[in-house]
Design a protein around this ligand. Structure first.
Ligand code: CO
Length: 153
């Protein structure tokens, strides 16, 4: 699956995504598998939202060395604290930004079987949750960044 960059995909990246309604749709399973394959093949990728691969659906995945997960129709339930951190995005290559994010976030979401769950997170995982949920609302980190860099600092 290709990862189109912002200007090629700007319409999908910029519009709010649709909720997933049919958890039994085989296309959903395939999309999730394709997204993991794509993210695994992408150096430094830790999260990927469906609009980044051209599907305007409220779904993202996380792939960290010790944790991976699928989050469908996610919603931020609670946030607390604030950190100034650095972010990049696979859809906005070669740009990094300094950005304020909540330090701790609790989200609710559905898994690929349609079961609802809640998850607490802090630091990097909380940052990924906020970044990916922004994607589902058509928001990119460059919209919120206080400073933009052309090199990773
Ligand atoms: Co991104």
């Amino acid at each position: 699956m290709k990862l189109p960059i912002e200007n090629q995909l700007s319409k999908i990246l910029r519009k709010p995504s649709q909720e997933v309604r049919d958890f039994n749709d085989p296309k959903l399973k395939k999309l999730i598998q394709d997204m993991f394959d794509t993210l695994k093949a992408t150096p430094n990728g830790v999260g990927l939202a469906a609009p980044q691969v051209g599907e305007s659906l409220r779904l993202f995945i996380v792939l960290l060395p010790k944790f991976q997960g699928v989050f469908i129709n996610p919603k931020i339930e609670k946030i607390s604290g604030e950190v100034l951190t650095q972010e990049g995005c696979l859809s906005v290559p070669k740009i990094w930004g300094e950005i304020k994010r909540a330090k701790e976030v609790e989200i609710s979401a559905y898994n690929e079987k349609g079961k609802k769950f809640k998850m607490k997170s802090k630091d990097l995982l909380a940052q990924i949750f906020q970044h990916e949920i922004d994607h589902l609302d058509g928001i990119l980190f460059i919209d919120k960044a206080e400073k933009i860099f052309s090199e990773k600092k």
